[in-house]
Design a protein around this ligand. Structure first.
Ligand code: RP5
Length: 179
């Protein structure tokens, strides 16, 4: 059963080319029956929509916004400037993936995702955004769960199970090394 009728998490991304990566956050939330609403909002190409989205997020009562963007990744910081809802940024290293090419030479970014990571984390003092690692959208999903677990104790149990599953799989791999 879902935790709420309405979405608790807003997932946004700067471009459709980010969706393959951002899917990682959606999958974690889906797996744990946490409703989310996903949209494309570009800080650069749709600045007015960005401001509207922040109002929408407040109205919808989102508890967390997960915002992914690549290159000059202003989306998480700009959304954070419009709302008090905590924002988890996902720095994205996109390939020219609209064409589904994944070789190293096809990378969109000249800086291997560092540009995006720094654009998100290096917010000025007083305007924080947290960030997960480059392309680690799944971690944003898990972190969102941790925040929501303060309100939904059942999620805490799921997070503990997740930890014990991780422990068990490492033990299994370690045992296999002994053989
Ligand atoms: C950023 O520029 C987007 O978040 C995306 O990661 C990157 C490339 O966008 P497209 O040119 O693929 O639309 O704003």
């Amino acid at each position: 059963m879902a935790y709420s009728k309405k979405p608790l998490v807003g997932i946004i991304m700067g471009s459709s080319s980010d969706s393959r990566i951002m899917q990682g956050a959606a999958e974690i939330l889906d797996e744990h029956k946490i409703k989310h609403e996903d949209q494309i909002v570009s800080a650069h190409r749709t600045p007015a929509r960005l401001a509207e989205y922040a109002k929408h997020a407040e109205k919808m009562g989102f508890k967390i916004i997960i915002a992914g963007a690549g290159g000059a990744a202003h989306l998480p910081g700009m959304i954070a400037s419009h709302t008090t809802i905590p924002v988890i940024g996902v720095p994205i290293l996109v390939y020219n993936d609209k064409h589904h090419k994944k070789t190293d030479t096809e990378k969109f970014s000249a800086f291997g995702g560092l540009d995006s990571l720094l654009s998100i984390t290096e917010m000025p003092s007083g305007s924080p955004v947290v960030a997960v690692g480059v392309n680690k959208a799944g971690n944003a999903g898990i972190y969102a769960m941790k925040i929501l677990a303060n309100e939904f104790p059942d999620l805490k149990k799921k997070l503990k199970l997740h930890k014990s599953n991780q422990h068990n799989s490492v033990m299994k791999e370690s045992d296999q090394l002994q053989k």
